[in-house]
Design a protein around this ligand. Structure first.
Ligand code: 0WD
Length: 256
């Protein structure tokens, strides 16, 4: 008996086997959940396809959140394969590297719009497109980072985008509560992934966490998977509009 027997989860944001979304997918699958996956583009399809086969996904479909027609395509894929589903995992973000490296006041309007569109608006767009396909008791979750709350070196415009994502999750939670749908965020500590490689100074942060975090180590995608499993399952049936930290406790420590 698995915690998610009979449930169906749509997971967005696998780029390769290091991705947080892959850790989440494996955790959900291990508890009996059926899985549907998306990939960003043809270049990433080659990496995601073998993972999709490994997990026995019900479908794998292209989804670039900047493309309006992809939302309709995703909705149709969900309808054709599942009818209704139960869990939506948003594990994607993007910002121009130049906007992460430079001084914050030099952020371009185009870079700001793109980071917020891909990393934050997409949660609203996906919810709008898929809400009617979600069963009562469903759970939506999005991946965020503490750079939304405090200034973290090299995070810049992505910190603003994550603040928008977290606020969007709260408004969605308030809006969808009457439909029996919960919306939460997981704020993960840094993990070595493709997306993280674009954040300058990350090596230094891993060392600081080993030294200063209560757990004296960095976290793994398996641990984020465990947090996601809690949010996906009925164990968290009373939890919505929250940001849950999975970060070895580093965000609780003061700096002086
Ligand atoms: O330290 C970290 N790795 C942390 C990541 C700490 C805390 C939070 N996060 C967040 C990220 O901001 C993101 O929201 O977790 C989420 C997943 O990130 P990840 O697992 O670290 O990164 P990665 O394996 O690169 O997956 C993110 C994927 C993209 O990969 P690339 O690297 O090719 O950008 O997001 C997807 C893409 O697959 N993505 C998109 N998907 C749909 N439409 C788009 C798009 N336009 N752009 C990027």
């Amino acid at each position: 008996m698995g915690l998610l027997d009979g449930k169906k989860a749509l997971v967005l944001g696998i780029a390769n086997d290091m991705s947080i979304a892959w850790g989440i997918t494996r955790a959900l699958k291990a508890e009996g959940c059926s899985i549907g996956l998306t990939y960003l583009n043809d270049a990433l399809k080659k990496r995601v396809e073998p993972l999709s086969e490994e997990i026995g996904a019900d479908f794998l479909v292209e989804m670039d959140v900047t493309k309006e027609e992809h939302y309709d395509q995703l909705k149709k894929t969900v309808q054709d394969n599942w009818g209704k589903f139960d869990i939506l995992v948003h594990s994607l973000a993007f910002a121009d590297r130049a906007d992460l490296k430079g001084r914050f006041h030099e952020t371009s309007r185009a870079g700001f719009s793109m980071a917020c569109d891909i990393s934050a608006y997409s949660l609203i767009g996906l919810t709008k497109a898929l809400k009617d396909e979600m069963n009562p008791g469903s759970s939506i979750m999005a991946m965020t980072y503490h750079g939304s709350q405090q200034v973290l070196e090299g995070y810049n415009v992505m910190g603003v985008a994550k603040a928008a994502l977290e606020a969007s999750a709260r408004y969605l939670a308030s809006d969808l509560g009457e439909d029996g749908i919960r919306v939460n965020c997981i704020s993960a500590g840094p993990i070595r992934t493709l997306a993280a490689s674009g954040v300058p100074g990350l090596k230094k942060i891993f060392g600081i966490i080993e030294e200063k975090a209560p757990l004296k180590r960095n976290i793994t995608t398996e641990e984020v998977g465990g947090t996601a499993l809690y949010l996906a399952s009925d164990l968290s049936s009373g939890v919505t509009g929250q940001v849950l930290y999975c970060d070895s406790g580093i965000s609780t420590m003061g700096t002086c």
